[in-house]
Design a protein around this ligand. Structure first.
Ligand SMILES: [Zn+2]
Length: 353
């Protein structure tokens, strides 16, 4: 684990346990996973960009003054993804960094509209991500699956286009398992996207919209009723509605919790005020995720350390959290059993040593 990410309030041996713990990640964005190393490689390929190529300078570049600044920086990285080869490089290198953190399985959220709108050929785009997925599985042992998400701020045109790319038999990539909705929530009501989710669900995709990150619990209800959400991206404000928490727990609808992201975007004021404790107390299936890790100065291992501190977990509790991630995934039953076995074997060996 990177030294600056060692939480001083979490014992060092717990950090070491987390670093080796096999994990699944369910809420992490494709472009938002580009580390300074990957961004510098991409920036070197496109010298006309204003993005620095020096990894040291990139660390400063990734220090945000506010949310608007974060969006500017994010879009400048989006601007570096110009060719199918850029797409392949980004995807493959993101998998390499996941593998280093013992991520065995990840559902990576991709926004194909950002690339096709920029003129990248749609079938070349699909070939690039699939090629990276197969190479990553063969070389790093990390299994990748895709969630195609609608960039909410780009309106219904982007929804139409994303649904088409996700459901057209000639384009739809083999690794695609789910359909999402990201971007701002304020002024972007969930129900308007119902026809596109209906289409994706009819094509066999799972529904995983972001909801309740920057708006109240009604947005989560809307995601459940209008978009038939099977998991909720963030769902932070669910804590304000006991009926909603009870519903999520009863119907086993997992929350994709990303603690550091919630602080970075000011969805939650401080980590100590994070509602993760309310979620677990209500019996909701909580999964731990990193969202846009390098941009928020975190990684998945650090998010587990944060969760350990907030929930007071030891090794067994952390292993349960890792199992939740596998359980809430869209892996098939043998795939889930394999990773859960690996978690159990690793934990037992650690505790016996
Ligand atoms: Zn997200």
């Amino acid at each position: 684990m990177t030294e600056h990410l060692v939480d001083p309030e979490v014992p060092r041996d717990l950090h070491a346990f987390i670093a080796g713990l096999p994990k699944a990640e369910l809420h992490v964005h494709h472009v938002g996973s580009a580390s300074p190393r990957i961004v510098s490689e991409l920036a070197a390929r496109h010298p006309d960009s204003k993005v620095p190529t020096d990894p040291e300078a990139l660390v400063d570049y990734f220090t945000f003054t506010d949310f608007a600044h974060f969006i500017d920086v994010y879009l400048s990285v989006v601007d570096l993804i110009r060719t199918p080869e850029d797409v392949r490089l980004l995807t493959y290198e993101v998998a390499r960094e996941m593998a280093r953190q013992q991520v065995r399985y990840a559902e990576l959220t991709i926004t194909p509209f950002s690339s096709t709108r920029r003129g990248i050929d749609e079938s070349a785009f699909m070939d690039a991500i699939e090629d990276a997925r197969k190479a990553a599985e063969a070389e790093f042992g990390t299994v990748l699956r895709w969630c195609f998400d609608i960039p909410g701020e780009a309106g219904l045109e982007s929804a139409q286009e994303t649904a088409r790319l996700a459901t057209d038999d000639r384009l739809r990539p083999e690794g695609l398992v789910s359909f999402g909705l990201g971007g701002p929530e304020i002024g972007v009501a969930r129900p308007q996207f119902k026809p596109y989710f209906d289409r994706a669900i009819a094509a066999g995709l799972h529904s995983v919209p972001h909801a309740g990150e920057t708006t109240g619990p009604q947005t989560v209800w809307d995601a459940l009723t209008a978009l038939r959400a099977e998991r909720i991206g963030h769902g932070t404000s669910s804590a304000q509605d006991p009926k909603l928490l009870a519903h999520l727990a009863e119907h086993r609808i997992p929350l994709e919790v990303c603690p550091t992201s919630n602080i970075a975007t000011r969805a939650v004021r401080t980590l100590d005020e994070h509602p993760i404790k309310e979620f677990t107390r209500a019996g909701v299936l909580v999964t731990i995720n990193s969202d846009d890790p390098p941009m928020f100065g975190t990684d998945l291992n650090n998010e587990y350390a944060v969760a350990a501190r907030l929930l007071g977990l030891d090794e067994r509790g952390l292993a349960d959290l890792a199992r939740n991630g596998v359980e809430a995934s869209f892996l098939d039953a043998p795939g889930k059993a394999r990773i859960k076995d690996e978690i159990d074997t690793y934990t037992a060996a650690w505790l016996a040593s």
